[in-house]
Design a protein around this ligand. Structure first.
Ligand SMILES: NC(=O)c1ccc[n+]([C@@H]2O[C@H](COP(=O)([O-])OP(=O)(O)OC[C@H]3O[C@@H](n4cnc5c(N)ncnc54)[C@H](O)[C@@H]3O)[C@@H](O)[C@H]2O)c1
Length: 361
């Protein structure tokens, strides 16, 4: 292991952190090859085998990594249910101490250990790539367990899900435009995208070709090249949320919607790919109080899990996947309507929708 400058991640202190422990099973083990603490949290299998990615990241203490696994796996239960999948919620987290990065050989050991941990759960949980892992690393996990998806296409896998995630966010943007402006046409709409990575970059291309007026930002200044290619206006990352526009689209890391950001937003709606956007649960009510329509993240970004679930079935059908991902827009529209009809936040409405399926199961 080598030293590397510490970084932080989207371990946003979201509402999930305050939830009571309700997990079916949590496995915490020390990898026999890597010596790393590996947590596999199975929150719920009420709807089927739990599905959620494997995160490998730096945390101050191994218990922080476990807390992240608990929080993220509970969020996956809601996400998979809201996506209409017969999948439960789970997540695995490999704890890297602060300042540590792994060599390729050490990553291999960590993935084999992860595979063993997942295999010991007898099919309760299926993993995929997440922050800090990749399709290539999932191929190593597959040496120890069949309960892994999203392997590279050249190895017969279904690859990474960013196209589907981006398509689901796009459908959600159209639904949000319709609710706010009475039209799904994004031509001439001013949209601010914060984070031009796998998902944000694809969205920027799609929105630019549909005629949206784009302002974009990323902490990675290399992404200015994409902005120039698309004719988008570039703004510093800490200024993006202050731009006066129609929509703010967070596609970076979690926790972007802090009290200060919510107070400073100059848009009519927020709809983006980032997980755990709300830095605090009450943010949903504060956004509503400011007259800003927020499309709940765990519904909006469900395209990735829909793709992983449907593309790995023996009867996989590309057209059915496309339709299912586009239907995320209808789910978002339903949540907006419920929120108005019931006088509740869009977060409450989205949780109700997800929980209804769980209760029925
Ligand atoms: N990739 C998927 O299929 C998928 C699925 C569901 C949810 N998500 C979520 O969507 C978000 C984006 O995912 P991705 O795969 O595009 O990740 P990515 O790492 O490819 O891209 C994230 C981009 O955001 C930038 N960024 C980070 N912090 C920023 C900040 N404060 N301001 C502006 N830019 C910032 C990064 O430099 C990077 O370019 C993440 O929160 C991820 O958890 C992704």
């Amino acid at each position: 292991m080598t030293l590397h400058p510490p970084t932080t991640l989207d371990a946003a202190p979201s509402f999930i952190a305050n939830a009571e422990f309700g997990h079916e099973n949590v496995l915490i083990s020390t990898g026999r090859r890597s010596g790393l603490v590996i947590s596999v949290a199975v929150h719920s299998t009420a709807l089927g085998q739990a599905l959620g990615g494997a995160r490998m990241w730096n945390y101050p203490h191994w218990t922080d990594a476990v807390a992240d696994a608990l929080r993220l796996s509970a969020a996956m239960t809601l996400k998979n249910s809201a996506a209409g999948l017969n999948r439960g919620g789970g997540k695995s987290v490999i704890h890297l101490p602060m300042g540590v990065t792994l060599t390729d050989a050490e990553k291999r050991d960590a993935m084999l250990d992860l595979g063993d941990a997942i295999e010991s759960l007898n099919g309760a949980y299926m993993t995929a790539e997440d922050v800090g892992t990749s399709a290539e690393l999932m191929a190593i996990v597959a040496e120890r367990t069949e309960h892994v998806c999203g392997l590279p296409t050249d190895l017969g896998g279904v690859g990474e899900p960013a196209d589907a995630t981006s398509a689901g966010v796009y459908a959600s943007i159209l639904a949000t435009c319709e609710a706010l402006f009475g039209s799904r046409d994004v031509r001439g709409r001013h949209i601010v995208i914060s984070g031009l990575g796998q998902v944000g970059g694809r969205l920027a291309r799609a929105l630019a070709s549909a005629g949206a007026v784009l302002t974009v930002s990323d902490i990675n200044l290399d992404r200015k090249l994409l902005a120039a290619e698309l004719g988008a206006t570039w703004v510093d990352a800490d200024e993006a949320h202050r731009v006066d526009a129609d929509l703010f689209v967070p596609c970076g890391l979690g926790g972007a919607l802090s009290p200060q950001v919510i107070a400073e937003l100059q848009v009519d709606g927020v709809v983006g790919a980032a997980n755990n956007q709300l830095a605090y649960r009450h943010g949903a009510a504060e956004l509503a109080g400011r007259g800003i329509l927020w499309a709940p993240d765990f519904v909006v970004n469900g395209g990735g899990v829909i793709y992983l679930d449907m593309a790995t079935r023996p009867d996989a059908d590309a057209e059915a996947i496309t339709l299912r991902v586009e239907a995320i827009g209808e789910t978002v529209a339903t949540i907006f309507r419920e929120s108005v009809a019931e006088g509740i936040t869009t977060l409450d409405a989205a949780e109700r929708l997800a929980e209804a399926r769980l209760v029925a199961a």
